[in-house]
Write a new protein. Structure first.
Length: 441
């Protein structure tokens, strides 16, 4: 069980976000655990982890323990130089047949496929070694697939935080709702495995951090006595905005890592159902689909007007020339890095309610909110045909991002949580740490 017995808490108010930076001036010793080497040039949601880690390491003593597949680059040097210690544990994924066998074995042990992919006896051994030799005050485990390692700090009586980006059982259930045939049965088994896994791991943590209110709701039923905390996702704001109108033929851009099924669903919906209707009204429109690890299903979307760009080194040129960025997410939870990056870049953005979850920018002023085929097609088409509206929306988005995005608020919230746990205060004791929020979005 966790090392304290706090009641479940939903912390903070808007006023709490403006309280003094930190009660304690001392640097905390934090061991961060991730399923991949953090890199600032990551082409997936791990970019958020990387930016957060860099800023935490600038202000605290941080050790990093990560898994690394053979085809992955090492930890970003800019991050590594700020860490006290960096350990990369090699992870062999094997061929597709051995991976599927591993998934089947994992399901019998209540391990969903992603967690089975991250299972490593060597990683657990290195975690135990670091707990003994480096002696952190808090272990921070990123992503639910890595929650399986929580027993190591529990045995060592070290407090543990789970940063749960997108609760697994929730997005698998969503995906099952739009899937038919044998795949639907497989997803039913996977969702059941996620629920058992979550019930077994979440209550072992002292605190669970989520980015969006939807995630807290999904987590709450299996969190036991773990403290539930919402700390909104942030993003580095680039020094200069991109072209708010785009250039060349009117181009729609979708960006996403296709190892995550909600992005596959979004890109397929956009290319097969939405974009053909947009072209009926804007015949010269084009669609760029950009992302890491495109599946065969995604590659098959390419046509004379649809381009699929796999694992590009930099998304910036595609975003700069795009007229509109579209995020038609309808599955899963959490906040979306792609949404925040579009706002920070000063691009005209069309987002679904699920994609805009947790984003505090104002729909209609900083971006367009649209739900369903008709609304999305109408919003995209109007922006493609109205350069001045695109420009005004992009400028408003950039101005909002400069005032409200960036990691300062989030870093202070994490540090207050470290202070609370490291000092041994429970949720029932004293004043909740300011800067943490959980409120309806």
């Amino acid at each position: 069980m966790p090392h304290s017995n706090p009641k479940e808490t939903r912390l903070g108010s808007t006023d709490a976000l403006h309280s003094p930076a930190r009660r304690s001036a001392e640097r905390r010793r934090i061991l961060v655990c991730t399923p991949y080497p953090p890199r600032l040039d990551a082409r997936h949601g791990g970019k958020a982890t990387s930016q957060l880690l860099l800023r935490l390491a600038e202000r605290n003593d941080v050790a990093l323990l990560c898994l690394r597949k053979p085809d992955e680059q090492p930890v970003d040097p800019a991050i590594a130089k700020h860490c006290n210690e960096v350990v990369e544990v090699p992870l062999s994924t094997g061929g597709s047949a051995s991976r599927r066998l591993s998934w089947l074995v994992g399901l019998t042990r209540n391990l969903p496929p992603w967690a089975a992919d991250c299972r490593s006896a060597r990683y657990a051994s290195e975690l135990a070694r670091l707990l003994d030799s480096w002696r952190p005050e808090v272990v921070e485990i990123h992503l639910q697939a890595m929650a399986q390692y929580v027993d190591v700090p529990v045995r060592k009586n070290v407090r543990a935080i789970l940063v749960d980006y997108d609760p697994g059982s929730a997005w698998v259930d969503d995906l099952r709702g739009v899937t038919t045939g044998p795949r639907r049965l497989a997803l039913r088994l996977e969702a059941a495995a996620w629920r058992r896994y979550e019930r077994a791991t979440r209550p072992r943590f002292d605190a669970i951090v989520a980015f969006a209110e939807r995630d807290l709701v999904a987590i709450g039923s299996s969190a036991g006595n773990a403290r539930l905390v919402r700390i909104p996702l942030a993003v580095d704001v680039p020094p200069r905005p991109l072209d708010p109108m785009g250039s060349g033929p009117p181009t729609i851009l979708f960006v996403g890592s296709f190892s995550h099924p909600p992005n596959v669903d979004a890109a397929t919906w956009l290319a097969e159902r939405l974009f053909p209707r947009v072209r009926e009204r804007v015949p010269d429109a084009r669609l760029d689909i950009v992302g890491q690890d495109p599946t065969d299903e995604i590659r098959a979307l390419a046509s004379d007007a649809v381009s699929v760009h796999a694992s590009v080194p930099d998304v910036t040129p595609f975003a700069d020339r795009a007229a509109v960025v579209v995020t038609p997410i309808r599955l899963g939870g959490s906040m979306r890095m792609k949404v925040l990056e579009a706002l920070a870049a000063g691009k005209a953005l069309v987002a679904t309610p699920r994609a805009a979850e947790g984003v505090e920018a104002t729909a209609g002023k900083h971006f367009l909110l649209a739900a369903g085929d008709d609304e999305l097609v109408d919003a995209i088409t109007k922006l493609l045909l109205d350069p001045e509206r695109r420009s005004a929306l992009g400028r408003a988005a950039r101005e909002w991002a400069e005032r409200h995005l960036g990691w300062d608020r989030g870093i202070e919230a994490f540090e207050r949580l470290y202070d609370t746990l490291a000092d041994g205060r429970s949720a029932a004791e004293g004043t909740p740490p300011a800067g943490l929020e959980s409120r309806a979005g």
